[in-house]
Design a protein around this ligand. Structure first.
Ligand SMILES: N[C@@H](CCC(=O)N[C@@H](CS)C(=O)NCC(=O)O)C(=O)O
Length: 272
């Protein structure tokens, strides 16, 4: 049993982010209390100096619990799992949980998602974001190095999206994950045993992303056990709470359109 107090738990996240969904599903499944703070990366809120100072990759999610600050979804998932004992108790294979969450983490969800978004949309947001970083760099000389690194990583992502080789490695990694999951579901109901665990919390948003990108016929239909698993997962309150509101392109537009308008106006008036 962890003696960790969870009364001050705060999650900095963005609801459309796959990595944030993993962590939120784990929090919901564990029935933990937490306060949500929405940081919209499309509007470059993750680059605001106060947030960026504590998390210089600017990436979401970030979990705070008192003095504990954890960036990156994998260590956050592991931390949540440790609170009051791991999910699934003796009904899950804990080594398998560990292996699986790492394997899902190794697959770059951001690259996969962006490779299915139109070049025009990516250009619209990334040009804006670049200008925000440059403006912030000038206004916050103490963070100049960190903003400079962020510019480099944004550039690296743009290059990665142009590389057919990088994209096919990313796709192959996903196919391997799906094949392994299909195989696993031949012996257990969940990804690492007979109960829901963080292995499932990490994986369910991957399936939701496949659905969002309309790739079910290609990626899930040939894997019937996975399809059935996804139907079962969608019935869970955690899915309904965290993912359902953002599970179709139409639903996402409710969130994306206001962000696009905000960015368009700020570009028009050079408000970075
Ligand atoms: N490895 C990180 C990846 C986090 C990540 O890429 N987050 C995206 C959203 S899914 C993000 O914050 N993007 C905004 C940015 O990097 O500026 C994790 O697992 O937490």
């Amino acid at each position: 049993m962890s003696a960790e107090s969870t009364s001050n738990m705060e999650l900095f996240q963005y609801p459309l982010s796959l990595n944030c969904q993993k962590v939120r599903i784990a929090l919901e499944e564990k029935n933990l209390d937490y306060v949500l703070h929405e940081i919209n990366p499309l509007k470059a809120k993750n680059l605001d100096p106060d947030f960026f100072r504590e998390n210089s990759s600017g990436a979401l999610p970030v979990l705070k619990n008192g003095n504990v600050v954890i960036c990156e979804s994998l260590p956050i998932l592991q931390y949540i799992n440790g609170i009051n004992g791991p999910m699934g108790d003796d009904k899950v294979h804990h080594e398998k949980v560990d292996e699986w969450v790492k394997k899902v983490d190794e697959w770059d969800a951001k690259t996969f998602t962006l490779s299915h978004v139109s070049e025009g949309t990516i250009r619209f947001f990334s040009r804006f974001k670049r200008r925000v970083v440059i403006a912030r760099m000038a206004k916050n000389p103490d963070l100049a190095n960190k903003y400079h690194n962020k510019l480099n990583s944004m550039h690296a992502m743009e290059e990665k999206l142009k590389s057919n080789e990088a994209l096919s490695v990313n796709e192959k990694q996903l196919i391997d994950l799906l094949d392994e999951a299909e195989n696993q579901l031949g012996t257990t109901e969940f990804m690492a045993g007979f109960e829901f665990s963080i292995a499932d919390a990490a994986f369910v948003p991957v399936l939701a992303r496949i659905q969002l990108l309309k790739l079910v016929p290609e990626l899930l239909k040939p894997r019937p056990r996975l399809l059935d698993y996804f139907v079962r997962m969608k019935k869970r309150p955690s899915y309904k709470e965290v993912v359902q509101g953002y599970s179709s392109q139409l639903k996402q537009m409710r969130v994306l359109v206001p962000s696009m308008c905000n960015v368009a106006v700020r570009k028009l008036f050079s408000k970075y």
